[in-house]
Write a protein that binds this ligand. Structure first.
Ligand code: GLV
Ligand code: MN
Ligand code: MN
Ligand code: MN
Length: 419
């Protein structure tokens, strides 16, 4: 510590909020939708374009930009002692198929705003500072989410990640090579001193309570499942109701069961079926095969475990009733995460030093920070979003709130640098 009390190191450096907002609008062109959202699935042409933009923008504020074997991008600003491990910031630039302009993006562009502020003031840090754009955070194209921070943190092997396929059967590695972002530096080979991630809340709490900053204490537990039901294709006109093996009907009952199981494990438990494929998907064929996904979450891992057990029982009964063969697989388990007390404290102090109204909050969404927390002191900073809406093209946040979040990010990073 440098002993300057409330306003610690860098107490008078702040971010350029207008430049940050401009970056948000400018990058929203890459995959921008008519409804004002973004469709920028990972490892697509749109993703390549925003990555190219990221390199130029970071170089313009004095950084060296590299990418590793998973396509994670690292913008590095040297420290006074460049042999120290970097203090890192990051998030993701990929989006959901109907994503907004803020989820993930403000964590990367907020980090860029921090680097720009340091560059503009010539502020020298002890550690190098690094900004990371993680590949495939959303998990919308390649499951699971947080795939490349997961490789970085040793949760997944690089080979298992490279072998993931999207729903069209395209391998992750081929898509990565295809956009020219498969680097030679092995993913996860460099130590880091701390990790901070700025993000919109993606829920309604901060807005409802008029808070500018969420001091994120952890991330709830989440599990993903894949279900394939196999019945029998048959004629919709001539197959009596008693002689059908209708996979879509069985799926409908299971979707209802997911909802009931989550409601029964409240108040925080949530359960979602978000992706379904019906085969052959023809209006006069009784569906013979259905594939669907399940997402279960709760801040308490024991509750997630009980939800899974309850759903498995219900699903087995429904499958038997409907004459289905069922394959039910758990494809991802991300246990609840508790962030680093010193990092949380740095964020709380930073918010206080600016006089921003703040409260502690647990993240309902998954974030790369959840995996970084396994290998380095980590925390997150939330800012409000309109109506708590996210994973929606109408996702929206206030420029002043995003700038406030970036200021807190800046000061928390400088605090960690001074420790
Ligand atoms: C990713 O956005 C997740 O929380 O599932
Ligand atoms: Mn996100
Ligand atoms: Mn998301
Ligand atoms: Mn997410």
């Amino acid at each position: 510590a440098n002993g300057t009390g409330g306003l610690r190191a860098g107490g008078n450096v702040t971010v350029d909020g207008a430049a940050l907002w401009n970056d948000i609008l400018e990058t929203a062109r890459f995959g921008g939708t008519p409804k004002g959202g973004i469709r920028r699935l990972t490892l697509t042409e749109e993703d390549r374009l925003v990555r190219d933009w990221f390199i130029a923008a970071c170089q313009a504020v004095g950084c060296t930009v590299t990418y590793d074997s998973m396509g994670n991008q690292f913008a590095r600003r040297p420290g006074a002692d460049d042999s120290l491990p970097p203090i890192t910031m990051g998030s993701h630039l990929d989006t959901q198929p109907t994503g907004g302009k803020f989820d993930g993006i403000i964590g990367v562009l907020g980090g860029l705003a921090v680097l720009r502020a340091l560059h503009a003031t010539g502020h020298e840090t002890r550690h190098p500072i690094e900004l990371i754009n993680w590949t495939n955070e959303e998990g919308a194209r390649f499951a699971p989410a947080m795939l490349s921070s997961g490789v970085f943190a040793g949760v997944f092997t690089e080979q298992e990640a490279l072998d993931k396929t999207d729903r069209a059967g395209i391998r992750f590695e081929d898509a990565l090579v295809g956009i020219g972002y498969r680097g030679t530096e092995p993913c996860g080979q460099h130590p880091v001193a701390a990790y901070f991630e700025l993000h919109i809340e993606q829920g309604p709490i901060l807005e409802a309570e008029n808070k500018t900053i969420g001091v994120v204490t952890g991330v709830q537990g989440m599990r993903w499942y894949e279900v394939t039901l196999t019945g029998r294709d048959s004629h919709a006109g001539s197959t009596p109701m008693t002689m059908r093996a209708d996979a879509l009907l069985a799926a409908a009952r299971m979707i209802e069961a997911v909802n009931e199981v989550a409601l029964a494990h409240g108040p925080d438990a949530v359960g979602t079926v978000g992706l379904i494929e019906n085969r052959p998907n023809s209006r006069n064929v009784v569906p013979g095969e259905v594939f669907f996904t399940i997402d279960l979450r709760d801040p308490d891992d024991a509750v997630v475990e009980r939800m899974e057990a309850a759903f498995r029982d219900r699903a087995a009964a429904i499958a038997a009733e409907c004459g289905m063969q069922m394959v039910l697989e758990r494809v991802w388990d991300s246990p609840a995460v508790h962030f680093d007390p010193a990092c949380i404290d740095a964020v709380r102090r930073a918010a206080g030093s600016f006089g921003y109204p703040a409260r502690d909050i647990v993240s309902g969404a998954g974030h790369d920070a959840a995996y970084m927390a396994r290998i380095t002191p980590t925390t997150m900073i939330f800012v409000p979003c309109a109506g708590g809406l996210s994973h929606n093209e109408a996702e929206s946040a206030e420029s002043a709130d995003v700038a406030a979040g970036a200021n807190v990010l800046l000061r928390a990073v400088l605090d960690a640098d001074a420790r």
